[in-house]
Design a protein around this ligand. Structure first.
Ligand SMILES: Cc1ncc(COP(=O)(O)O)c(C=O)c1O
Length: 399
């Protein structure tokens, strides 16, 4: 029995079944599934089983936007402004398909620490005439905001960055970068996958034009449920080429020509992932119930504790020491880190490993401090016994 007097967020722990079976420290990758999700997935089955095709008019057709209303307060948006997308990469692709590449403004400014999937997509804009400017990182942990700001000029059409870097959890100075972009006449598109649900986000306060996130990680919602916010002030002027019937003002008229809706639905395309939208609901509801401010306060405390524990062992960390610039993950870069991470998983200490970053621990509101101590003790033990040697260095591990 966990005592939640000192840490009220631990009252949510029993709602996540995996926590009784494992030391689950990987919410940067796949958040724990809430027990309530089983009921939500059953709702999906029941509506299909009992209502058949009428489920579309009951709820399914508008779900990509209705679920967006659950996300909106978590990012400082208004109801009606957020729509769901199948994945973060595709949400970027929808927006990029609406950016006309102009020879006088060909530049897309990004940085080398952006998530590779998005970098691939940005670089694929080059055959359309785009010039991709990739600002380097000097330490593999941070990206200097001043270097990014300097790279933005009157030839820049778009600035594409992560809010929180996936590898190191460094938090970009999004407000300063977006302010420079706006002054230069460029749009800012931010990938908040590693931010929403673990750090407070306010799209209007940040001054960005487009903000994308997803439920898989810190929102405990599973795969297939990403979301897109486009500032309505520019939304109407964007005409995605990656489109479809859901963006049409009269989809059921099955007209030959597209007449785009004026609102956020213009960024939809084909049939949404309805099971994924059902799966995402419980995590969003719990996150809203707790409030991101409380989640962030606990996250800072626990990531600080992890850094202190690692520091005491003399282990190098590839995560910012400044809590203001640090998201929810701590990466410890040890020799034989991949093998150690596999040994940890064998002991039900669930973490991941990324080359250049190390073993990553991502405690969330449901983790106890004791679980952090146990994870550190497990590494010590694995090193002392050489248990890591049993794990090969096969490439291509998923986590
Ligand atoms: C910051 C960030 N962006 C994008 C992705 C990939 O998103 P998707 O697979 O939904 O396209 C990840 C996945 O880990 C990520 O951490």
């Amino acid at each position: 029995m966990i005592d939640s007097t000192a840490d009220p967020l631990l009252a949510y722990r029993p709602r996540f079944p995996i926590l009784a079976r494992a030391n689950y420290l990987i919410s940067n990758s796949l958040g724990a599934v809430p027990e309530a999700t089983a009921g939500r997935l059953n709702d999906y089955y029941q509506s299909w089983a009992c209502r058949g095709v009428r489920a579309w008019e009951d709820a399914w057709w508008t779900m990509a936007a209705d679920m967006g209303d659950l996300v909106a307060p978590l990012i400082g948006a208004w109801p009606g402004e957020v729509v769901f997308q199948p994945c973060v990469t595709l949400a970027h692709a929808v927006v990029l398909s609406a950016i006309r590449i102009n020879p006088r403004r060909p530049r897309i400014v990004t940085d080398e620490m952006h998530f590779p999937s998005i970098l691939y997509l940005l670089k694929e804009q080059a055959p359309r005439g785009a010039e991709i400017v990739v600002v380097p990182s000097s330490d593999g942990i941070t990206v200097d905001a001043d270097r990014l700001i300097e790279a933005i000029d009157d030839q820049t059409a778009l600035v594409a960055i992560s809010h929180v870097l996936f590898k190191s959890a460094f938090i970009h100075d999004v407000r300063a970068i977006a302010a420079k972009a706006r002054a230069a006449g460029a749009l800012t598109i931010v990938d908040g996958y590693q931010a929403v649900g673990v750090i407070p986000v306010d799209v209007r306060e940040l001054g960005v034009d487009i903000y994308i996130g997803g439920c898989l990680k810190w929102l405990c919602g599973g795969p297939g449920a990403a979301f897109l916010w486009v500032d309505p002030a520019i939304g109407r002027s964007l005409e995605p080429a990656l489109t479809g019937w859901m963006a049409h003002a009269r989809p059921f008229a099955f007209e030959q020509e597209l007449e785009r809706r004026p609102d956020a639905w213009r960024f939809l395309h084909g049939t949404p992932s309805i099971p994924a939208l059902h799966a995402a609901r419980a995590g969003l509801e719990i996150t809203r119930e707790i409030g991101v401010a409380a989640i962030r306060a606990k996250s800072i405390r626990q990531t600080t504790r992890l850094l202190d524990l690692a520091g005491r062992e003399g282990w190098p960390c590839t995560t910012p020491a400044d809590p203001e610039r640090r998201g929810g993950t701590v990466a410890i870069n040890l020799e034989n880190g991949l093998e150690i991470s596999r040994s940890l998983k064998e002991l039900d200490v669930i973490c991941d490993y990324r080359p250049g970053a190390g073993i990553r621990f991502s405690p969330h509101f449901y983790n106890t401090d004791h679980e952090l101590d146990l994870a550190i003790a497990a590494i010590r033990e694995i090193q002392a016994t050489g248990a890591w040697r049993a794990f090969s260095t096969r490439a291509g591990a998923v986590t």
